[in-house]
Design a protein around this ligand. Structure first.
Ligand code: GDP
Ligand code: MG
Length: 264
């Protein structure tokens, strides 16, 4: 599309929300909550599951990788373990992804968002060729946002927090897509500490250096990297279990989509 395309034209397209995050951070549960929220708020959502190994989904997916690729058979056929099976299934699905894009394009006028769940283990999607192919196919056709789900209670120590943020940071640089941080499980632990660390560079640095397992020079430079990273993203606290934060989440997505559209 050409520069100067009108806002209305853009708004007819669905915004793609790719949900990523560490295993167990709550991606699938969060996606289910997003689906419930769209249904209750007259938002037109389309749901896609890219996890070939998930046994049962709490939501019904419009497009499900499991309908096309049988993960257990792929494992047998190629003599693979679980991770190889998931990766190969995703590769097989990626070869047909242009068809998936066409399906969404045909429905584009009737959709506000496409919600995408990804495999449990984060690197299968974020560090694979097929994950990159799928992400680029989305991003070259529709405005696309990464929702990075953080397990808030498990990120409460400064060092785990830092490594989780560095991972999110690497995704931002790898995909070059806008990122929303969704601090999940706020029903168990509030994400206030994270906001404080993200806002106050010195408070975070003090917290990290109180952990003796880190050398202060390394942590100092990493804090600086993260400080720059935080300027490039939006943050919301959510609970996939209670449904807290859903409106704020969609507000963040919309704000990003609008910003993003300008340099689209
Ligand atoms: P995924 O591997 O990232 O898809 O994670 P799942 O959605 O399968 O969730 C992993 C575990 O975290 C499950 O036991 C969920 O019930 C739990 N979980 C997910 N979201 C929340 C939340 O907001 N609050 C609480 N307390 N538990 C959650
Ligand atoms: Mg999952």
């Amino acid at each position: 599309e050409q520069a100067g395309t009108s806002t209305t034209n853009f708004k007819r397209k669905p915004v793609i929300i790719i949900v990523v995050g560490m295993a167990g951070s709550g991606k699938t549960t969060f996606l289910h909550r997003l689906v419930c929220h769209t249904q209750a708020s007259n938002i037109r959502g389309y749901v896609m599951n890219l996890d070939p190994a998930v046994m049962t989904l709490p939501f019904s997916a419009n497009i499900d990788i499991r309908d096309t690729v049988k993960y257990k058979e792929v494992m047998k056929q190629f003599n693979l373990g679980p991770n190889g099976g998931i990766l190969t299934s995703l590769n097989l699905f990626a070869t047909k992804f242009d068809e998936v894009i066409s399906v969404i394009e045909r429905r584009a006028d009737q959709l506000d968002y496409v919600l995408v769940d990804t495999p449990g283990q984060i690197e299968i999607f974020t560090w694979s060729a097929s994950g990159a192919i799928i992400t680029e196919a989305f991003a070259s056709t529709f405005p696309t946002v990464i929702a990075y789900v953080v397990d808030t209670p498990r990120s409460s120590s400064p060092v785990t927090f830092m490594s989780n943020m560095l991972y999110a940071c690497s995704i931002l640089y790898k995909t070059r897509l806008p990122v929303v941080l969704a601090f999940n499980k706020t029903d168990v632990a509030k994400h206030q500490f994270a906001l404080e660390w993200m806002e106050d560079f010195e408070a975070f640095q003090a917290a990290v250096s109180s952990d003796e397992s880190y050398t202060s020079t390394l942590s100092q430079s990493l804090c600086l990297v993260l400080d720059e990273f935080y300027k490039n993203l939006r943050t919301v606290g959510v609970s996939a279990v209670t449904g807290a934060g859903m409106e704020e989440f969609f507000k963040a997505i919309d704000a990003i989509a609008e910003e993003y559209m300008e340099n689209y």
